[in-house]
Design a protein around this ligand. Structure first.
Ligand SMILES: Cc1cc2nc3c(=O)[nH]c(=O)nc-3n(C[C@H](O)[C@H](O)[C@H](O)COP(=O)(O)O)c2cc1C
Length: 305
């Protein structure tokens, strides 16, 4: 357990919605409970806990990969309970994985520009539980979802609480979404800060339209969007699959830019399900564009490093 605890900074490289890093590890004898801190959940924008459980699954996968690379035989036993998804425990055998700690460290979201070009068939086909669509097929849905998101006062307020748009923010290097992670220029970050500060006054005057306009054109190129489709009761396991997919892509030089707003907004989720031929829109669990980025993005902040 002491050896496992020493690996925590690498576990913490796992991705999480809004970079909330919601996970907790509670050491008890020869087991470690994997849980979450409710203060780091997103009750308004993630009311069902979908992104929370996907993030915890991604975290579990990171833990297992990092332990295996360090020579520790550790397994995960799902056991949902209050503020808990399961336990890491000593195992008979090493976790079998093609990934390493270096892969976990190298992965990162990239919200900048991507080169045109679709994923090769064999790469798209190797993605677990993912369906793909051409970017342009989602451009209208993204705009509608952004309008919906920025039109909602409570969702926007919750997002704002996790934005770190100036280095002077006291949590800039710890968590949340920085100007750099969001690929904003200094002027754009300043503009976003100012408009969000004035949001209550400007909401009725069309601010949501202006904010949503920022992502106009984001999907107007020849690229791919991947959609994770699966059983809502398997979200932790699917979060682990999502992490493996991201690591596979990252190892091949691709990055991802999640666009959860498209499935957070009920009407756009329903249209997307129809376009994919999926009968139950609730089974759409994650959406991200994927491709070769034109420039690298800086590593995102972590509370523990
Ligand atoms: C379940 C889940 C949902 C996410 N949704 C979004 C999203 O809608 N928009 C976005 O820009 N990033 C999204 N992200 C990416 C996180 O913001 C990102 O993982 C986090 O900021 C840490 O950065 P990193 O992935 O570069 O380490 C999501 C990540 C996860 C795991």
């Amino acid at each position: 357990m002491r050896e496992l605890r020493a690996l925590e900074p690498d576990f913490w490289r796992a991705p999480s919605a809004h970079n909330t890093q919601p996970w907790t590890l509670t050491y008890d004898g020869d087991e470690v409970a994997v849980g979450w801190d409710p203060a780091r959940a997103l009750p308004v924008s993630d009311p069902t806990g979908r992104d929370l459980r996907l993030s915890l699954g991604a975290f579990v996968e990171c833990c297992l990969i990092v332990c295996a690379d360090a020579g520790l035989d550790v397994a995960f036993r799902p056991d949902p309970g209050p503020l808990r998804v399961g336990f890491l425990h000593a195992a008979e055998r090493r976790y079998e994985t093609p990934f390493t700690t270096a892969d976990v460290r190298a992965r990162g979201a990239n919200r900048g520009e991507y080169h045109g070009g679709r994923l090769p068939e064999e790469v798209a086909g190797a993605m677990e539980g993912m369906r793909r669509l051409p970017c342009r097929d989602l451009a209208d849905l993204l705009h509608a979802a952004d309008l919906h998101q920025f039109g909602d006062r409570r969702v926007t307020r919750e997002l704002r609480a996790w934005l770190r748009l100036t280095r002077r923010h006291r949590r800039y290097f710890l968590d949340g979404l920085s100007d750099r992670a969001l690929a904003l220029t200094r002027a754009e970050a300043l503009g976003l800060r100012a408009s969000l500060a004035l949001y209550p006054a400007l909401r009725r005057l069309g601010l949501p339209r202006v904010l949503a306009g920022a992502s106009r054109g984001l999907l107007d190129y020849d690229g791919d969007v991947l959609v994770l489709v699966g059983d809502v009761t398997e979200e932790v396991g699917l979060g682990r699959a999502l992490m493996r997919n991201w690591l596979t892509l990252s190892g091949l030089g691709y990055t991802t830019h999640p666009l959860s707003q498209v499935i957070d907004c009920e009407p756009t989720r329903e249209v997307l399900a129809g376009r994919l031929g999926v009968s139950d829109p609730e089974t759409l669990l994650h959406v991200a564009r994927v491709g070769r980025p034109k420039s690298p993005s800086p590593p995102s902040a972590r509370c523990r490093s």
